[in-house]
Design a protein around this ligand. Sequence first.
Ligand SMILES: Cc1cc2nc3c(=O)[nH]c(=O)nc-3n(C[C@H](O)[C@H](O)[C@H](O)COP(=O)(O)OP(=O)(O)OC[C@H]3O[C@@H](n4cnc5c(N)ncnc54)[C@H](O)[C@@H]3O)c2cc1C
Length: 381
Amino acid sequence: MHDQTWDTAERRALRETVRRFTEREILPHLTDWEEAGALPRSLHRTAADAGLLGIGFPETAGGVGGDPVDTLTVAEEMILAGGSSGLVAGLFTHGIGLPHLIAAGDQSLIERFARPVLAGEAIVSLAVTEPEAGSDVAGLCTRAVADGDDYVVTGTKLFITSATRADVFTTAVRTGDDGAGGLSLLMIERDRPGVEVSAPLKKMGWWCSDTAEIRFDAVRVPAGNLIGSPGSGFGQIMQQFAAERLSIAVQAYATAQRCLDLSLDHVRVRETFGRPLASRQVVRHRVAEMARQTDVARTYTRAVIERWRAGDDVLREVAMAKNTAVFACDAVVDDAVQLHGGMGYMRETEVERHYRDSRILGIGGGTNEIMTEVVSRLLLA
Ligand SMILES: Cc1cc2nc3c(=O)[nH]c(=O)nc-3n(C[C@H](O)[C@H](O)[C@H](O)COP(=O)(O)OP(=O)(O)OC[C@H]3O[C@@H](n4cnc5c(N)ncnc54)[C@H](O)[C@@H]3O)c2cc1C
């Protein structure tokens, strides 16, 4: 069952395409993009032309088809080929920004907003988090007040991925009363009067993925930009959370695998006291433990993905998979830096970037603690 899902001839070919794309279009420039703090817009077009941007999205929306396993395979292979979770976050922000719109099925909104994004011509961000509401999504307070055929939007969004480059924001707003039932999703174009995007926020990691604050100051948005019906926003956000959490779990185990691979190469060639590191039992056991943690994370995450794809109710398992993969990744990236010694602390060494980049995986898409809360709530329900 497992190999029939993850290791088919088509997916092996997809991996090969992703690997070649990463080696040709990304790796020669990644350090420059890290320093610049953003990916170039042209990369989105190149990725679309290579058939990678629209994977997992329907052709009716401008995608190239495929299912979630294809989408996750692209993210996984990009990291295994030397990319990073920051790269995946910046290039595939539409993976969190578009699914609500597409699921709602309004073809005119899909044509206006999804098709240009999947063609690599526009960039979308998902704007949910606010200065006073992160984990507590139902507590957000950006307000959209109905006024004739428009909404007038006022509020602030924080830590929004790709916001400095985005043309449109899939924005969680309060159209109704306090609590989850008062939330809606609204597409807000960046060029509307009253939209102000901050300078890029300076971060610990994910440097090539720009992050910003967005302020909406009485921004007038047509009511036709609403996704679904008023008050349906919280349900839409929760529905798409499973995909985001599983994607983060994949990024976590792929980062761990990449750091393991790099560490195995390093300990074979690095000699101390006249012998390779790989000859020392403490080193051999450390890489063995890294491999065990990585494999458990991958195997469990993939098993949950298969059940989720089959339509099983796996909310609890999705939360457990995210934590399992994130904890494994945290341990493995730390070990990888340690095994590289002083070089592990140097910017020129790839594991240094993964160490910084991976720290966000236990914070974004629902923190470790919120995942544990989800599990305990479902266990004790
Ligand atoms: C680089 C980056 C990119 C991001 N990209 C996006 C994006 O594109 N779009 C978007 O909308 N958001 C984005 N975010 C925001 C991210 O989703 C939030 O930071 C995250 O959900 C946590 O919310 P918070 O920062 O408000 O932390 P808080 O909710 O304030 O949590 C702080 C700490 O308290 C813990 N905590 C909170 N509530 C409880 C509780 N009930 N019980 C126990 N512990 C609790 C948390 O686990 C955490 O450890 C991004 C963040 C970063 C850093």
